[in-house]
Design a protein around this ligand. Structure first.
Ligand code: A3P
Length: 886
């Protein structure tokens, strides 16, 4: 019996593979057939998820709270006795935290900044040991809470600083947070400072973390829950005191020396509130850092408590879970009817914890019924239950919009999908859509926005790419062409993460993220979260329902947060109500972020952006400089604008909202981009509040050129310019009236006064530019020199740009006595001066106005001379003159 198969094999081999020629051929044929059959069997296994499933039972969201009460998960509105930190006292405090760190490299300091950044809490970092920053401004406290990364730096601060800080805290009702750091040699029951009646034991390993339900500090944190088990790290500090000022916020038990739990180990305070009975200052002291996830919550609560609610996060959280790739998934990893059933059940369960919860499904009709038989039934079942979900459409074949410059391709793609939706009764009025791989959303592909509006009437989208994918805590929203772009968060599930056992980095990584880690933190920090998941995350191991049900249970267990889901349009409106300052987009150079570049149209190039900008201010000779620059063989200017002539005026005013493509279209595509210098000049950039930030985002390496003349002369020239343009106010009022206009003058006159005088606050505007650009990037031209000796200025300019070839302006600029200025000499040797509106004839300035302005600009000129000294720049003659007159 045992020998039989061997005999059969032998016989078979013997038949096929005897040593004769035909036999060898037969043998080869058999081998080929064997390979083909093996391949077929193998591919069948690969494509059939049932067979290659490693874990036949999808994981269950089995997390249970220890404190779980029956109605916990049904409770939309949380506990009615939440601590309210808001105070009725009239507090003169800015909602900002002062963080004193040990050094710029210290880990805890970095973690503190990250938490504050992620929760959008305003803060200022200072390094311990230096003098304290200015704490007040016009009788207002600049900080509502002071955090010490190392509490000892507070306790043993020099006397003068300490007294100053204590006085500030007492006077403004400001609290202090301190972290107790581990010691080289452990301390046991040691007094921390003579004045505080508090002892500590350090370097402990702790377990079982209990919260004090009577603590007024807890607000986000739900105090009923207990963390059982070992706490991370063995460097904890616990507090000992009999003084009634110290009220524990949390306790834990310490392991005995052998590292095992002592059977009757008492709870020891790990986090205490100092109620201020000793010196009137309220404090919260942490015996451990953020390796223990719960401390992030407790830190935010401490900030909220000590700032009297000025830095409290809201308690409502809005969650949107998108399921993209509906119908798109590969055969073998799509949803089957049982998965759809599980999805419906998960939605039902989630809706008990998240008010109004619905999954939001994004589909591409082309791939409908492209799965196995069972998977196609899954597609049908999704459609049968379509009314139970929200839907959003995108492109028919899930194509990336940035690949198509032709809008009609995108429109056709969307129309096909729209038709599919109509045929299958899918609702298409959500006003929401997303783009595959974020393509076209940011960096903006205008054609996508246009097609979206036309076909789907899209008003809202979301992306992870604005301003950048990393760090995720800085993701923000913006509005472009009336479409609201929401920041999207990453939940750790991608198209290919479909089995828990194969989760990148191991299943523990996903679990850590859920149970107190990154995903949980997103719920804590962000009032509004949009998450993206994929069809494949709902089949296979059903990782998405597992992840979200688990994290929601965990959030409900450990926090007092109230969870809601609202339709995308409402969600976006809420978002921009909460963060109105985000409405304005910031255009970032797509070439400085690899991810941005990969989703930017290949027909676009950053070579089409200027290498330097002439930033103004107005009336200092900017047109003359612009004209001279265009004479250089290696310098290329922008195309003129029909509205603003040679100036593009992109970075200030409304043009900025027209987007990057609009701006780039003002510049030619250069064949020899490396040796040519594109530039533009817009004289209004100089004093624009947002301009330096915007320029820095798009052109961080650009060089900047400014021209300065006496601000008094500049103001007068500007006034004459307005008169020449028939401005009714300038025509009606004298220059003296305008520059001296006080509150008794009509608003329109005061507005004109500001426009006339503000650009002359040179130092203030230059400082703003220099907070974004290195001084090496800035060239300051003396406007008088430009007028009297333009050739020298142009030589210096070329050295500043390091441009080749060097172009000699000596013979190409000629003084024209009747014009009173230097004028370009054309190739044909004729002189072509600037138009009559540059170098105008007007009466000299009235003496009173000149006198008034000399005094008015004196402090600004003093500041300018200081700045020029700091920058090691020469002081122009006009500045010396103005200073001596003031
Ligand atoms: P006025 O017309 O008041 O004399 P801008 O181009 O920035 O608006 O500046 C205009 C000013 O440039 C003129 O102001 C003029 O004084 C000055 N300017 C400097 N060099 C010039 C030149 N070569 N030709 C004409 N104007 C020049």
């Amino acid at each position: 019996m045992v020998a039989e198969p061997t005999i059969t094999k032998k016989t078979l081999l013997g038949v096929c593979c005897s040593v004769t020629q035909p036999a060898i051929r037969r043998c080869l044929m058999a081998a080929v057939m064997f390979c083909v059959i093996s391949l077929l069997v193998f591919s069948y296994y690969i494509s059939n998820s049932e067979l290659h499933r490693l874990n036949p039972d999808p994981p269950q969201p089995s997390f249970q709270c220890y404190s779980q009460s029956s109605d916990l998960l049904n409770n939309f509105h949380g506990s009615s006795q939440l601590n309210v930190h808001a105070s009725s006292a009239r507090l003169r405090l800015d909602p900002k935290v002062l963080v004193i760190i040990e050094s710029q490299y210290s880990l805890l300091g970095k973690q503190i900044s990250e938490i504050l950044e992620a929760s959008r809490t305003r803060f200022k970092i200072e390094i311990a040991g230096k003098n304290l920053p200015v704490l007040t401004r016009q009788d207002k406290g600049k900080f509502a809470v002071v955090v010490f990364e190392d509490y000892e730096k507070y306790l043993f601060m020099n006397k003068w600083n300490r007294e100053l800080l204590d006085k500030y805290c007492l006077e403004y009702g400001v609290g202090v947070i301190g972290f107790l750091r581990p010691k080289e040699k452990p301390l046991v029951h040691t007094e921390i400072h003579n004045d505080f009646d508090l002892a500590i034991s350090t370097n402990l390993k702790l377990y079982d973390y209990h919260l004090n339900p009577n603590s007024s500090v807890l607000r986000l944190t739900r105090p009923e829950e207990t963390f059982y088990g070992d706490l991370p790290t063995s460097d904890w500090t616990v507090f000992h005191s009999a003084h009634s000022t110290y009220k524990p916020i949390a306790w834990a038990r310490a392991h005995n020396l052998t590292g095992k739990p002592a059977s009757e180990n008492q709870l020891m305070p790990t986090l205490v509130e100092d109620q201020g009975q000793i010196d009137g200052i309220q404090r919260v002291l942490f015996g451990g850092g953020f390796k223990f996830w719960l401390h992030k919550l407790l830190f935010l609560d401490s900030i909220s408590f000590l700032s009297h609610g000025k830095l409290s996060l809201p308690l409502d959280r809005f969650i949107l879970i998108d399921i993209d790739d509906i119908f798109v998934g590969q055969k073998g990893v799509r949803m089957k009817p049982s998965d759809v059933q599980a999805l419906l059940e998960a939605q039902e369960r989630l809706s008990h914890s998240i008010q109004g919860f619905r999954f939001n499904l994004g589909f591409s009709g082309k791939f409908f019924h492209h799965g196995s038989g069972e998977e196609n039934k899954g597609d049908d079942m999704l459609l049968n239950h379509r009314r139970k979900f929200w839907w959003f459409g995108h492109t028919w074949s899930h194509t990336q919009p940035h690949l198509f410059d032709n809008i009609s391709v995108l429109e056709t793609e969307m129309l096909l999908n729209h038709k599919f939706a109509k045929q299958h009764g899918i609702p298409v009025n959500s006003g929401y859509s997303v783009a595959p791989h974020h393509s076209g959303v940011y960096p903006v592909h205008e054609q996508l926005y246009e097609a979206w509006k036309k076909v789907w009437n899209v008003r809202v989208t979301s992306t992870e790419e604005y301003p950048h994918l990393h760090p995720a805590r800085f993701r923000r929203g913006f509005v472009h062409r009336n479409i609201m772009v929401l920041p999207r968060q990453t939940c750790g599930l991608y198209t290919h993460t479909i089995f828990l056992n194969k989760y990148p980095g191991g299943p523990a990584r996903l679990k850590n993220s859920i149970y107190g880690g990154d995903l949980f933190s997103l719920f804590v920090y962000n009032p509004i979260n949009v998450f993206m998941t994929h069809l494949s995350n709902y089949g296979n191991d059903r990782l998405a329902p597992y992840t979200f049900e688990s994290v929601v249970k965990f959030v409900k267990c450990w926090t007092n947060l109230r969870l809601f889901t609202v339709p995308p349009l409402k969600l976006a409106e809420k978002y921009f109500e909460l963060y109105p300052e985000e409405t304005d987009p910031v255009w970032i150079n797509p070439c400085i972020d690899k991810r941005h570049k990969s989703i930017w149209s290949k027909t676009k190039t950053c070579d089409q952006l200027p290498k330097f900008l002439v930033i103004g201010p107005q009336k200092t000779g900017t047109t003359a400089l612009y004209t001279f620059l265009t004479m250089h063989p290696a310098i290329v200017s922008n195309y003129p604008s029909p509205e603003t002539y040679e100036e593009v005026q992109f970075f200030n005013g409304k043009n900025y909202y027209k987007g990057l493509d609009w701006y780039m279209n003002f510049f030619p595509v250069l064949k020899n981009s490396s040796s040519l210098f594109l530039f533009e000049k817009s004289a209004t950039y100089f004093d624009g509040e947002l301009v330096p930030m915007r320029v820095n985002s798009l052109l961080p390496y650009a060089k900047l050129v400014t021209i300065l003349i006496s601000p008094i002369k500049r103001a007068y020239s500007w006034y004459q310019h307005m008169r020449a343009h028939k401005d009714p106010i300038a025509l009606r009022y004298t220059f003296y009236d305008i520059v001296t206009a006080n509150e008794t003058f009509p608003k329109s006159v005061r507005e004109l006064r500001n426009r006339c005088l503000n650009p002359g606050h040179y130092a203030q505007h230059l400082e703003r530019w220099l907070s974004y650009f290195h001084p090496r990037q800035l060239l300051i031209i003396d406007g008088e020199e430009l007028k009297d000796d333009p050739a020298s200025v142009m030589s210096r300019f070329q050295r500043f740009l390091r441009i080749k070839p060097f172009f000699s302006y000596r013979n190409r600029l000629k003084y024209n006595p009747s014009k009173g200025f230097f004028c370009p000499v054309t190739e044909e040797n004729s002189v072509k001066c600037l138009g009559h509106n540059k170098g105008r004839n007007y009466p000299p300035m009235d003496y009173r106005a000149e006198k008034f302005l000399s005094t008015f600009y004196l402090p600004h000129n003093v500041a300018l001379s200081k700045l020029l000294n700091k920058l090691r720049q020469p002081i122009p003659e006009w500045l010396e003159r103005d200073l001596s007159r003031g």
